[in-house]
Design a protein around this ligand. Structure first.
Ligand SMILES: Nc1ncnc2c1ncn2[C@@H]1O[C@H](COP(=O)(O)OP(=O)(O)O)[C@@H](O)[C@H]1O
Ligand SMILES: [Mg+2]
Length: 634
């Protein structure tokens, strides 16, 4: 009985911990909102699609598999060799033979190192290739999405889809899958080698396996929980930061710094707490598995030592000194992979989740695409016709209800109406940013659905309501589409729209740096630049949406002047809330709630005394009023 005492002590310690952990495991209930992210694509579908990305590199993966086998040989053979050395040293000593074994050992070690290096290199380069092709596919796909589809996905999400998710997937190919395969092979290899050496001792080691598995399963539950809370807290703090740093000026203006700081401190503390919890969970788990490992080593030394000393024979196998040493080395090689296997399955699941999120975006079929028989338009006259056009952004919420109008080439047509009446919508439909539900839009008598989108947009110069400047310099912001345009031409376009005077005053002229969104320029200057951008390609149709909205009276006069000049370039469609800007238009279309209520030129509409007349007198009176105030001040 005394002989069994050490084994009993080890057993009772492990047993106690197991009971404690089991109780903790059962007490820890999952909250409802903590349920796993539910996937709607099957593992098989995701795997099949992912494999398509790995397929071009299958030869490399096969090579890695073989190299891996070589490196596993080291894991399996080295304990045997070391054991053999012990035997040799313990028995009749022959130096030459010892040298040979040591040399073989060193040889295997070197080969294994080279293999590990080669494997890492091949995997990393392949991983980067897969990563870049995923990323590029994703970006190209996002670019093809229609405005409507893009409206529905937050930009931050798209950024994650292009940057983080491909990373997770390539990591899966380069690390997770390979180690997973390797671990499985090592586990079986080591098991086989141990069985060959000694059944009884192998059986003893196997007794510990259920505990390792059990501890790992319990740990997984806790680790997932703490991982998730760290992730949530990080996302929370990042979202808060990105929003509040963009709006920090508003915070300062409204004196809200203290309140914002409290919010932030709380989020920061949440993150700290989550990270501390995570450390604690790992801090408990790792020593526990280590304890199992040490216990198994102690049992091995005890039982193996006993067997060796007493020269016990079991199933026809005797224990030699070398057996104990080899087993000692095998045990660590055996426990490690079992313990990491679970983690790797978790990571595999996470990669699959990333892959699914990416594929969901990839599966969005671009809504606005060229039809098969779409034609190329080399030149257009600029005749535009809307035939009973119905359009809604959201089903059944009609924004345009049966809009029909006709624009002759080189005419200037203005759209007037209160905010939300559908002016911007009409302009973006002409460029086919959205697909209309009913009716027809014709350019030069051809339905725009039959024209290649790229060739359609090439003939348009659009100046949107929200001016967007890219970071770079002034030149690149005006040229945009990369073509051979000389500085001369750029400056000429600037002169045309009267942007030259302010550009000439800049230290670097066209090379002046444009910061993110052009925030180092005034709203009026940004508008002038985007004006130059619109006309530089000499478009056949110029579309100006509230081009003069953010401009002071002085700049407006400049723009007014350039509008007169631009008129000759081609057809012009214009939305301006200052009616004085559009007085000279050939046709003025008045919209109300998505319906054309009147149209005609300035004089005709004034005579009709309808909606336009109302708007005009309203603005005119306001101007008079403001003018008289100014006079009074003087
Ligand atoms: N991207 C969009 N998604 C959904 N509704 C939109 C979108 N853009 C505009 N709308 C709606 O369409 C209507 C017309 O908008 P818009 O054409 O921009 O008006 P306007 O330019 O005349 O001020 C508004 O009621 C607006 O709420
Ligand atoms: Mg608008």
């Amino acid at each position: 009985m005394r002989e069994m005492l050490p084994i009993l002590i080890v057993g009772s310690i492990i047993g106690t911990f197991t009971v404690i952990f089991l109780v903790a495991y059962l007490l820890e209930k999952r909250k409802k909102d903590e349920r796993e992210y539910e996937r709607h694509m099957s593992d098989r579908e995701i795997t099949a699609r992912l494999l398509r990305y790995a397929k071009p590199y299958w030869k490399r993966f096969v090579a890695v598999l073989f190299i891996m086998l070589a490196s596993i040989v080291y894991d399996l053979v080295s304990p045997l060799l070391i054991g053999h050395i012990i035997d040799v040293v313990g028995g009749e000593f022959e130096l030459n033979y010892l040298f040979t074994i040591v040399a073989v050992y060193a040889g295997i070690l070197v080969v294994s190192l080279i293999c590990t290096y080669a494997q890492a290199m091949i995997l990393q380069t392949t991983g980067q290739k897969i990563l870049s092709s995923l990323r590029e596919d994703m970006f190209i796909h996002i670019e093809a999405l229609s405005h409507e589809q893009l409206n529905n996905i937050p930009v931050g999400k798209l950024v994650t889809r292009v940057s983080n998710d491909p990373n997770a997937i390539s990591y899966m190919f380069t690390n997770i899958l390979v180690t997973l395969v390797k671990n499985v092979m090592v586990i079986f290899g080591v098991l086989g080698a141990m069985l060959m050496l000694n059944y009884a001792l192998t059986l003893m080691v196997l007794c510990f396996v259920p505990f390792v598995v059990l501890f790992t399963v319990i740990f997984r539950k806790f680790s997932r929980k703490v991982h998730r809370s760290v992730n949530d807290a990080t996302t929370d703090i990042n979202t808060y930061l990105s929003e509040n740093l963009s709006g920090i000026k508003i915070t300062q203006i409204f004196n809200q710094e203290d309140r914002k700081m409290d919010d932030f401190l709380e989020k920061s503390r949440n993150l700290k707490r989550a990270k501390q919890n995570r450390m604690m969970v790992f801090g408990i788990f790792r020593p526990m598995v280590y304890m199992l490992y040490i216990s198994s080593v102690m049992c091995l030394l005890y039982m193996g030592g006993k067997g060796y000393i007493e020269n016990l024979e079991m199933f026809g196998q005797i224990v030699e000194a070398s057996t104990v040493v080899s087993f000692y080395m095998y045990i660590s090689k055996f426990f490690n992979p079992i313990q990491t296997l679970a983690e790797q399955f978790d990571m595999l699941q996470r990669s699959f989740a990333s892959a699914e999120k990416m594929f969901t975006i990839m599966d969005m079929v671009p809504e606005v695409v060229d039809s098969e028989d779409a034609i190329e338009l080399t030149e257009i006259k600029g005749e535009i016709e809307f035939k009973d056009v119905w359009f809604a952004y959201k089903p059944d919420e009609w924004v345009l209800k049966g809009v029909s109008f006709h624009v002759e080439p080189r005419q200037t047509v203005a759209f007037v109406g209160s905010t939300g009446s559908g002016k911007t919508t009409i302009l973006s439909l002409i460029c086919r940013n959205y697909e209309i539900q009913r009716g027809q839009i014709l350019i030069d008598g051809i339905d725009i659905k039959k024209i290649k989108i790229s060739s359609l947009r090439k003939h348009f110069g659009q100046m949107l309501q929200d001016v967007f400047l890219f970071s770079g310099d002034i030149r690149s912001n005006i040229i945009l589409r990369e073509e051979n345009i000389s500085d001369e031409e750029v400056m000429e376009a600037c002169r045309y729209v009267n942007a030259d005077s302010f550009i000439n005053k800049l230290e670097d002229g066209l090379d002046e740096v444009v910061r993110e969104r052009g925030n180092n320029f005034s709203a009026g200057q940004r508008q002038l630049l985007s004006f130059a951008r619109t006309i530089i390609h000499k478009p056949s149709v110029i579309i100006l949406d509230e081009a003069t909205a953010n401009i002071d009276t002085e700049t407006e006069i400049l723009i007014q002047d350039s509008l007169e000049k631009i008129k000759d370039i081609g057809t012009m469609l214009i939305v301006a809330h200052r009616l004085s800007t559009i007085q000279h238009a050939d046709n003025i279309i008045v919209l109300s709630h998505g319906v054309i209520v009147e149209q005609g030129n300035h004089q005709e509409l004034l005579h009709q005394k309808g909606r336009y007349y109302q708007l005009y007198t309203l603005q005119f009176n306001k101007q008079q009023l403001m003018g008289s105030e100014v006079n009074a001040e003087i």
